[in-house]
Design a protein around this ligand. Structure first.
Ligand code: DI6
Ligand code: FE
Length: 409
C-alpha cells in the first residue's frame, strides 16, 4: 500500500530515454516511504486508486516536474558588490576590477568580517526564492573565506541551511577561488595551503561533497588546479571546475582528465575539450547569469556539446560579483534566449542533468520509480512555459521526499 497517490496531473518525467520532457498526460504518481513507487498514465494504474494508497490527492490538472536542482551557486557570503556594478557601468571591466584588488577579494573581506549569524541569515533570506521556485536540491560552494577557518565556517553554514530548510544542500569546497591578499605574489604557496591544510581539514570533518577550482588567468593556472585536484583525489573527493569562462585555458580537458562531475561556464572551450568531456562523462554546466551580467560575447559551444552528446546542465552561479541572480526560472529563460537551448533542454538542465552534475542521478532528477519523491507542481499549460516566461512564478506546490513542504499557493 502506497502512502500517497497523486492524480489529475500532467507529468514531465524527464526520463533519459525520451527526447522531449517525457510527458505523460493524465498521469499518476504513487509515493511510499518518501520515494516514487509508481509513475505513469492513470489508465495504467495497477488497481482502483482507493485500494492502492492510504491518501489520494488531486493535483487539479497541474504539471508536475522533478524538484528543480541548482547545481552551481556561491550562496554564502558577506556584503554585496553593487558599487562594483556601478564602476563597471562607468567602463571598468570585471578583470580590471579584480586586478585592482576589488572583485572576489572584496567579498572575501566582507565575508571574513561577517558573523556566523549574519552569513546564515543572508543566505537563508536568499534561499527562500529558490524554495519558492520549486528547487529541492541546491549546491553551495565555499570560496569567499580563503583561509582554513573561514572556509570551514562557510561550509558548516551551508550544511546548516540544509538542515533548517526543506532543501537538500550539496557543499563544494572552492578554496582555489582567488588568491587571498595575504598570499599576494605567492600563488603556489597558497595552493600548498589549500592542498595540505584546508582540504584535509575539510575532508576530515566531511564538510564537502566535492572540490572545485577557478582555472583562469585572473585565478589559478592549469598546473595549480591539477595540484588541487590531485589532493582531492587522494582524499576520495570528486571534482568540478570553473573552466574556460573568460579565456581558453584547456579547462574542459583538465576537468575531463580528472573525471570531473562537471565542467562549468565553458564559453571559451574548444572542440577537443568538448570531446574530452563526452569521453569522461562529465556534465557541461552552462551559467547564463554570469554571461548576461558581464555582457560576455563568446557563446559556449552548445552545438558541439549536442553533437558529442555531453549532458548539459544549467545553473544560476548565484554570487555577488558576476551573477547576482536568485531565480532558477529566470535562468531557464536566459539559457534559452542567450544560449539557444530549447525549453526542454533547459528543463533537463535543472533536473536530470543537474542531478548528474552533483553525482545524484541515481536518486534525483527524474520522475521514475525508486527515486526520491521530490516534486514541483506548476500552474502552466505546457512545460515549455517554464523556459518561455520572464519573471513570474507558476510554482504552486512542492513535495520533498514525499512530504508537502510548500502548500498550494
Ligand atoms: N567565476 C565566477 O563567475 C565567479 N566565481 C568564479 O569562479 C565570480 C565570483 C565573484 O566575482 O565574486
Ligand atoms: Fe561560479
Amino acid at each position: 500500500m502506497w502512502d500517497v497517490l497523486w492524480l489529475d496531473a500532467q507529468l514531465a518525467t524527464l526520463r533519459a530515454d525520451r527526447d522531449d520532457c517525457g510527458e505523460v498526460r493524465d498521469g499518476a504518481i504513487g509515493i511510499k516511504d518518501g520515494r516514487i513507487a509508481w509513475v505513469g498514465p492513470r489508465s495504467q494504474l495497477p488497481g482502483e486508486p482507493r485500494t492502492l494508497a492510504k491518501e489520494i490527492h488531486e493535483a487539479g490538472g497541474a504539471w508536475i516536474t522533478p524538484g528543480l536542482i541548482d547545481c552551481h551557486t556561491h550562496l554564502v557570503y558577506g556584503g554585496n558588490r553593487a558599487r562594483e556594478f556601478e564602476l563597471r557601468l562607468l567602463g571598468a571591466s570585471y578583470e580590471e576590477i579584480a586586478r585592482a584588488g576589488g572583485g572576489i577579494v572584496s567579498t572575501v573581506r566582507a565575508t571574513r568580517e561577517a558573523s556566523d549569524h549574519e552569513l546564515t541569515a543572508g543566505a537563508a533570506r536568499r534561499l527562500a526564492q529558490w524554495l519558492d521556485e520549486g528547487v529541492t536540491v541546491i549546491e553551495v560552494k565555499s570560496g569567499y573565506g580563503l583561509d582554513a577557518a573561514t572556509e570551514i565556517r562557510l561550509l558548516r553554514i551551508a550544511r546548516l541551511l540544509g538542515s533548517s530548510a526543506p532543501v537538500t544542500v550539496r557543499t563544494t569546497f572552492l578554496g582555489a577561488h582567488a588568491l587571498p591578499p595575504e598570499f599576494a605574489g605567492r600563488a603556489d604557496a597558497y595552493v600548498d595551503c589549500v592542498c595540505d591544510e584546508m582540504l584535509p581539514a575539510v575532508a576530515q570533518d566531511r564538510l564537502a561533497d566535492a572540490v572545485d577550482a577557478f582555472c583562469e588567468k585572473i585565478a589559478f593556472s592549469p598546473e595549480q588546479t591539477a595540484r588541487v585536484f590531485e589532493a582531492a583525489r587522494r582524499l576520495g573527493l570528486r571534482v568540478k571546475l570553473h573552466a574556460d569562462q573568460l579565456s581558453d585555458c584547456g579547462g574542459a580537458q583538465l576537468a575531463a582528465g580528472f573525471g570531473a562531475l562537471s565542467a562549468d561556464h565553458l564559453e571559451y572551450s574548444n572542440e577537443e575539450g568538448v570531446a574530452a568531456l563526452a569521453a569522461a562523462g562529465t556534465v557541461a554546466v552552462l551559467l547564463p547569469g554570469a554571461f548576461y551580467f558581464l555582457r560576455e560575447k563568446k557563446l559556449p559551444p552548445v552545438e558541439a556539446l549536442r553533437r558529442h552528446r555531453v549532458p548539459i546542465a544549467v545553473a544560476t552561479d548565484h554570487n555577488p560579483g558576476s551573477s547576482p541572480l536568485t531565480s532558477i526560472l529566470l535562468t531557464l529563460n536566459l539559457s534559452c534566449t542567450l544560449f539557444r537551448l530549447t525549453p526542454a533542454e533547459a528543463l533537463a538542465g535543472v533536473t536530470r542533468n543537474a542531478a548528474r552534475a552533483l553525482g545524484m542521478h541515481d536518486t534525483h532528477g527524474t520522475l521514475e520509480a525508486g527515486k526520491q519523491a521530490d516534486l514541483a507542481f506548476w500552474r502552466i499549460e505546457s512545460p515549455a512555459e517554464l523556459g518561455y516566461a520572464i519573471g513570474g512564478n507558476p510554482c504552486e506546490r512542492v513535495v520533498r521526499a514525499g512530504e508537502l513542504v510548500r502548500a498550494m499557493r
